[in-house]
Design a protein around this ligand. Structure first.
Ligand code: SF4
Ligand code: SF4
Length: 240
């Protein structure tokens, strides 16, 4: 219904499924039927995706967005013809760029897993409204995107600080936190989408969730050592 609904994951999925090119058609900018102006969201997503494609070695011309009205059939036919020709010139996805198919598949999988993180980190720019096409190239820079991937943030619960209040587990959107009463909580790094909610949610008096960048996440505390012995209970037991 709206080009703004075309998520970054849809484009990456198309490439993961072997599509050689992706075309997104949206209504003309500033002619959106809704107050949301989702075509600006689509434009920003495409500009970001093109940089990501460059980062993994794909030619960004394999992705194109154009804005036109439903009355512009001739323009649509021209644009599609031109795009089809371009994609043919570029050749099969990956082969045209000299990237090994297995390597490309694993890169696309890795990037797809990071989409929620990418969106959180680029939130403000993704919401911007560029009026001048000359600004398009500057919205996301190559250096910025390279840095984004070289400094990916991970979240880790410090077992020494966690008080098992369960707040983080209740707020995690993907149930990535292994949680039980009176048990040190542990983040399942495979499931974590790096949204940072647990970091924000952990009460400051505990401050148990750490942000880690540029170094490996410590291994999870073994299950048999996760039980928290409350000092007050120990005291009560001793007094009895
Ligand atoms: S960052 Fe925290 S809240 Fe977000 S998915 Fe990972 S574990 Fe869950
Ligand atoms: S919110 Fe903090 S203290 Fe509470 S369970 Fe999560 S990591 Fe532990």
């Amino acid at each position: 219904m709206c080009s703004g609904r075309v998520d970054l994951t849809f484009v990456l999925r198309a490439f993961s499924n072997g599509m050689d090119g992706v075309f997104i058609g949206g209504c003309r900018l500033n002619e959106c039927n809704y107050s949301t102006h989702g075509n600006y969201d689509a434009l920003n997503m495409v500009l970001l995706c093109k940089r990501i494609m460059e980062h993994i070695g794909l030619n960004p011309e394999r992705l194109r967005i154009e804005f036109m009205s439903s009355a512009e059939g001739i323009l649509f036919a021209e644009v599609m013809g031109e795009f089809g020709k371009k994609v043919k010139e570029l050749g099969p996805l990956g082969k045209g760029e000299g990237i090994d198919q297995y390597e490309l598949k694993s890169k696309l999988e890795e990037i797809t897993k990071l989409v929620p993180y990418i969106k959180v980190m680029q939130n403000e720019k993704l919401a911007s409204r560029l009026k001048d096409p000359e600004e398009y190239d500057k919205l996301f820079t190559r250096d910025e995107i390279d840095k984004l991937f070289s400094e990916v943030i991970s979240y880790y619960i410090d077992p020494e600080k966690c008080e098992a209040c369960m707040t983080c587990a209740k707020r995690c959107p993907v149930e990535a936190i292994i949680s039980a009463k009176n048990q040190v909580h542990v983040i399942d790094q495979e499931k974590c989408i790096k949204c940072g909610t647990c970091f924000e949610a952990c009460p400051p008096r505990f401050g148990a969730v750490a942000k880690i960048s540029g170094e490996p996440v410590p291994p999870p505390i073994p299950e048999e050592r996760r039980t928290i012995v409350r000092k007050s209970k120990v005291k009560i037991k001793k007094e009895n």
